[in-house]
Design a protein around this ligand. Structure first.
Ligand SMILES: [Fe+2]
Length: 302
């Protein structure tokens, strides 16, 4: 009885441990190289004997091709696998499945490669979801948001951070188990489009830490252990800037120099020069110090 009361007062019972035979979970995609001809696939298995293998084919094809990779170090239980698919065709939909325990394969998922230069594509920005089922009611719309983003079927998903709000949602105990829940929660969209992160203040401060999250996300190398990186999709050059760092003052001069050089490299690609005026505007804004007192005024809730 005492145990039951304690659990109720804590708000929720911890999830029962899953057996090693559980199917693959936390399936998500990312770009680390050319977005029009490659895709990186990440997933977790609790069975540590499962090989890091993916089968893929053009949608509607009859023969699977196989690619193998390795492991990503992370705080999750079991293994986090990573496989790079290459030699893909631009603007083409592929289906794939990942290896599971005992020679099994996951359900089949599908993604769309980025288009060639000059062709349109769709992007979705999503952030500040929190975890579904919060006991204080602050995430009542999260499940619907995940489902709607999945229905939009974008080519790329830009994630703006603040995923778990671990400082006010301790249902899963450790931060790593909390992140595990987040990756399963977003799998409806993360398994079907490259998910490119820009971390928020919650992934940096507030009882969380950058590497807990960054270890789970493949990205291009960029600067400062991938806190800053860039990638191209069609005509658009995206730059991910860990602006949460500016809560402790201005971005370091090394970062400003990296952003400037990165934009200069993008501008040198004649085809995309016309799309960079907006990037330059953001860059100029970043060079201004953050408004004094603003972080304190916003507080820990955002
Ligand atoms: Fe937030």
């Amino acid at each position: 009885m005492l145990k039951m009361i304690l659990l109720l007062s804590a708000g929720a019972a911890p999830a029962p441990a899953q057996p090693a035979s559980a199917p693959p979970d936390q399936i998500h995609l990312a770009w680390t190289r050319d977005a029009s001809t490659t895709m990186t696939v990440v997933w977790r298995t609790l069975d540590e004997s499962v090989p890091s293998a993916v089968e893929f084919r053009r949608r509607g094809g009859t023969r699977w091709r196989r690619a193998t990779g390795g492991l990503r170090p992370s705080g999750t239980e079991g293994r986090l696998h990573e496989v790079l698919l290459s030699g893909l065709e631009p603007a083409t939909r592929y289906e794939y499945r990942v290896a599971g325990p005992g020679g099994s394969w996951s359900d089949v998922h599908a993604f769309l490669t980025a288009p060639r230069l000059g062709q349109p594509f769709e992007a979705v920005f999503v952030a500040d979801t929190g975890l579904d089922g919060r006991l204080d009611g602050l995430s009542t719309g999260t499940r619907e948001v995940v489902e709607e983003v999945a229905k939009l079927d974008p080519t790329v998903i830009l994630w703006g951070g603040d995923g778990a709000y671990y400082n006010t949602d301790k249902r899963f105990g450790t931060l790593d188990r909390t992140i595990d829940f987040w990756f399963n929660m977003v799998m409806p969209f993360a398994a079907k489009a490259a998910l490119m992160p820009t971390y928020g203040n919650h992934e940096i401060f507030l009882n969380e830490g950058y590497l807990f999250w960054a270890d789970r996300f493949p990205t291009p190398d960029g600067l400062d252990n991938r806190r800053y990186y860039s990638f191209d999709v069609g005509d658009v050059h995206f730059v991910s800037i860990l602006a949460a760092d500016s809560e402790r003052g201005e971005l370091p001069a090394t970062v400003i120099r990296w952003i400037d050089a990165d934009l200069a490299r993008a501008e040198s690609r004649q085809e995309v020069a016309g799309s960079l005026s907006a990037c330059r505007a953001v860059f100029r804004r970043l060079q201004s110090p953050i408004q004094p007192g603003l972080p304190q005024a916003i507080g820990a809730s955002f």
